[in-house]
Design a protein. Structure first.
Lengths: 332, 75
């Protein structure tokens, strides 16, 4: 019996897909999707010893745990002596090898020092960004009375408390998870349990601060105290006053550029991912069927690219810090 | 003119900056595609650099978007 090349056949999954699409159409007719309540600041979900735990903090912790679990799984597999990486070990090995090769190409002998920062930032941001693709993130939460009161007050309603009591059956849903079929006004203003970590400016600014600060540390490690002549360049100030002054001013500009690095790092990641998650919900509200799937693929790519860009820029800046002021050696 | 109208107009105006990002992405991709056409063997490396360059250009547009969001939803 000759072996036939296996033909591609549509299995039973097409019927499941079709059913899901049809159900989606009917559900979106029955419960029309609504425009999301867009808010830049993260919401406080619970307080713990007077310390407000925001929903983005929860997402950050989840991302940390996921990265740690992957690390432990790969560690155990690697210790077991199996030389051929399979499954998740193979994927992680591929990613790590790619990152290491990139670092070695750029940084040369300092690769071992710079690689952990590149890899850590990339993996953490990657996991944090891809969380926005999961259903339930950003959309599953508790009803927030304060938001609703505030939004009704803005609209000019005099006694919002009564209005809420009438519209939302407050007693039933105030502490519970809100049902999808709740009144429109109530469903709009939920506080999600988990919101994507990168949509919080605190997360991205913290990463940017770590990245820029460690750049200075690696610069000092590589060049010693000479590293700071990049900022206070007095080497030619006395011998050649005209050019020396310009060099000194360039050093001041370097200081400013370090601070602008923090800003651009944090706003790049924040803006991309925040815009992405808003886009997902707005598109979902406008066209509930099909189109959001395309947007999910788009956001998948954006999340990956932004994670790689964040890590790679950190790596490039660190590499630049390890190399001395190139023109200085020609001068002297 | 009330504040809401001013907010909407301001958010719209702040998105003008995306013109620059569009031009920048166009330039980056045109350069990269020319390079790939002349030297197809190098295209993998060029693609990575192109995506990096696009990300930088896009960041400018995203700053505008952040400002627009801030105007609309924070102030």
């Amino acid at each position: 019996m000759e072996e036939q090349p296996k033909k591609w056949r549509w299995g039973k999954f097409r019927w499941i897909l079709l059913a899901v699409i049809i159900i989606q159409i009917f559900v979106s007719r029955w419960v029309p999707p609504m425009m999301p309540n867009i808010q830049v600041a993260p919401e406080v979900v619970t307080t713990w010893n007077g310390f407000g735990i925001t929903n983005t903090l929860i997402a950050t912790l989840i991302a940390d745990v996921v990265v740690l679990l992957i690390a432990f799984a790969v560690y155990r597999k690697a210790r077991s002596g199996d030389l051929v990486p399979r499954g998740i070990t193979g994927v992680v090995e591929g990613i790590i090898e790619m990152i290491y090769n990139q670092t070695e190409q750029t940084a040369g002998k300092w690769a071992k020092l710079i690689f952990p920062w590149f890899a850590t930032i990339t993996l953490l941001v990657l996991v944090a960004n891809w969380m926005e693709l999961l259903p339930g993130v950003d959309s599953f939460g508790v009803f927030n009375k304060e938001h609703l009161v505030h939004s009704l007050e803005v609209k000019g309603i005099h006694n919002p408390e009564e209005e809420i009591a009438q519209k939302c059956q407050l007693n039933e849903i105030y502490h519970g998870v809100i049902s999808v079929t709740g009144a429109k006004e109530c469903a709009k203003t939920i506080v999600p349990f988990v919101r994507v970590a990168s949509t919080d400016l605190n997360f991205t600014a913290a990463l940017a601060l770590i990245s820029v600060f460690m750049t200075q540390v690696i610069g000092v490690k590589a060049q010693g105290i000479k590293y700071f002549t990049k900022y206070f360049n007095t080497s030619t100030l006395w011998t050649k006053p005209a050019f020396g002054t310009i060099d000194f001013l360039v050093g001041i500009l370097e200081i400013i550029s370090e601070f602008s690095k923090i800003l651009s790092f944090s706003f790049r990641l924040f803006g991309n991912i925040f815009a992405g998650s808003v886009l997902l919900f707005v598109i979902g509200a406008l066209v509930p069927v099909f189109v959001q799937s395309g947007m999910l693929v788009f956001e998948f790519a954006i999340g990956m690219i932004q994670a790689i860009v964040f890590g790679m820029l950190t790596m490039v800046f660190m590499t630049m810090a390890t190399q001395g002021h190139g023109s200085e050696e020609h001068h002297s | 003119m009330n504040v809401d109208a001013a907010k909407l107009i301001g958010a719209g105006l702040s998105m003008i900056g995306t013109i620059g990002a569009g031009v920048g992405i166009g330039l980056v991709v045109s350069g990269a595609v020319q390079g790939m056409a002349r030297n197809p063997g190098y295209s993998g490396n060029l693609l990575t650099n192109m995506i990096l360059g696009i990300a930088f250009c896009e960041a400018m547009a995203i700053y505008c978007l952040v400002i627009a969001f801030l105007i609309l939803f924070v102030f």
